[in-house]
Design a protein around this ligand. Structure first.
Ligand code: AMP
Length: 439
């Protein structure tokens, strides 16, 4: 049993925890606190009730200095949650000299201005009211060293995403940031890619991410052979199937090929209007289409119990996406299968995802006797498209200038990164799956 003091927390904070009667840290606290104390960013998939408040608050309390300006900023979607967080921080920080204020819409400005005047070190805020304070100068972010986005998916649903980007753009770059969300829709992943620096990811308490009940397997093949194998795997399927691709171009190409082969397939991707997406999903849901070819933009919210097989035509660029994708099968207690095609250039990405899979994983190369011969340079290549990879241009904070506007909302996470689009046009629009591939 790990104890709170083993996590690196100091005596003042340990006393506060003791008063609350917490005996041992919850898993999220055990995982997150040491990482935040070490100054690394965190993305945590966690629900309310997992103990995430203590996870971020304890680390923040320890790192913040009394009477040194506003150093901690916590953003939460609702007044109730913001107030609850403040109350918890006050309890945890009882023996520290850290002061905290809640800033939310619906309360008179006067009370908040008075509290800010007296001096605080941590602000817990809903985004809209925080912007009001920033505009009047009653809150400044220049001393911020620690930022938390709590219930990020709810903030997204409430339309706060642009406000959050506005606020984060004003905060110093040198800060420790953590983001918590019960689900990881594309917009949240994109936000974390843009604003967090090489975050450590935690998949916590997310029951639909266990992969339980799903037979998972993978096949390492050349990119140009994928289509042939796709057909082989789809043919015996009696019910429905989803094929996930990394970009909208791939999605369109694969759907087109499936049509040519007389499969009843529909495609869904971020560039389609909401109306067309709904129409397409309606066709799939009602069973009028057998196969859905989709980008990750569509993986959230697909809850079709008759999905028997998920094929990852391309390896997703994050493990969270992998679990979201495969979680589209084995719904409502049914059995499901997930097969991941791993092209030679994706072996590095796949190995990282593989480490997170806690259930037995079948190696189809072995089972089917398919030899692989990965060219040497690719073997040496580090994963480049993901957190912590060698070349992280898409994830670095330096890439903020493009902003994060509303126009991106319905976009596809990968397609919007420019490079993909260019590379596609480099191919002259041909469906050449051979040659050098990013997949
Ligand atoms: P949260 O997910 O942060 O809303 O926390 C859920 C509940 O668990 C709150 O009532 C906390 O006070 C409580 N809690 C958090 N951490 C612990 C712990 N280590 N031991 C016991 N209770 C805890």
């Amino acid at each position: 049993m790990t104890e709170f003091k083993e996590l690196g927390l100091n005596d003042d904070i340990l006393k506060g925890i003791k008063d609350l009667g917490y005996k041992e840290p919850f898993p999220i606290q055990e995982a997150v606190i040491p990482v935040l104390l070490a100054g690394r960013d965190v993305v945590g998939q966690a629900h309310t009730g997992s103990g995430k408040t203590a996870a971020f608050a304890l680390a923040m309390l320890q790192k913040i200095k009394p009477r040194n300006g506003i150093q901690g900023l916590i953003m939460a979607p609702t007044r109730e949650l913001a107030m609850q967080i403040t109350e918890e921080i006050k309890k945890f920080g009882k023996y520290t000299k850290i002061r905290v204020v809640t800033v939310y819409g619906g309360q008179g400005m006067g009370i908040q201005l008075d509290a800010l005047d007296r001096g605080v070190e941590i602000v817990v805020a809903t985004p809209g009211r925080l912007i009001d304070h920033l505009k009047r100068g009653s809150i400044e972010l220049r001393d911020i060293t620690h930022i938390v986005l709590d219930e990020a998916d709810t903030m997204l649903d409430m339309g706060f995403i642009d406000d959050i980007s506005f606020i984060l753009d004003l905060a110093p770059e040198d800060r420790v940031m953590s983001l918590y969300s019960a689900t990881m829709p594309t917009e949240i992943l994109r936000l974390s890619e843009e604003y967090l620096n090489n975050p450590k990811q935690f998949l916590l308490s997310a029951d639909d991410l266990s992969g339980d009940g799903i037979d998972q397997s993978f096949l390492v093949i050349k990119d140009r052979d994928k289509f042939k194998y796709l057909i082989d795997f789809i043919k015996p399927i009696k019910r429905q199937c989803i094929v996930f691709c990394s970009t909208k171009y791939r999605t369109r190409d694969v759907a087109k090929f499936l049509h040519q082969e007389k499969f009843n397939a529909v495609a869904i991707e971020g560039d389609m209007s909401q109306h067309r997406r709904e129409q397409t999903m309606g066709k799939f849901r009602s069973g009028k289409a057998d196969i859905l070819v989709a980008t990750d933009v569509a993986s959230r919210g697909i809850d079709v119990p008759t999905v028997e097989l998920v094929i990852n035509y391309d390896v997703p660029n994050q493990e969270l996406l992998y679990f979201h994708r495969i979680g589209r099968t084995a719904r409502a207690g049914a059995k499901g299968k997930a097969i991941t095609f791993v092209s030679y250039s994706s072996v590095g990405d796949w190995n990282i995802i593989k480490r997170q899979i806690k259930v037995p994983l079948e190696d189809l190369n072995q089972k089917m006797g398919i030899q692989i011969s990965i060219p040497d340079p690719l073997k040496r290549q580090m994963p480049s498209r993901r957190y912590g990879g060698q070349s992280r241009s898409n994830y670095s904070r330096g890439g903020r200038s493009g902003g994060y506007g509303r126009s991106h909302r319905d976009g596809d996470s990968r397609d919007d990164r420019g490079g993909g689009r260019k590379r596609y046009s480099d191919r002259g629009g041909k469906n050449s799956y051979g040659g050098r591939s990013r997949w």
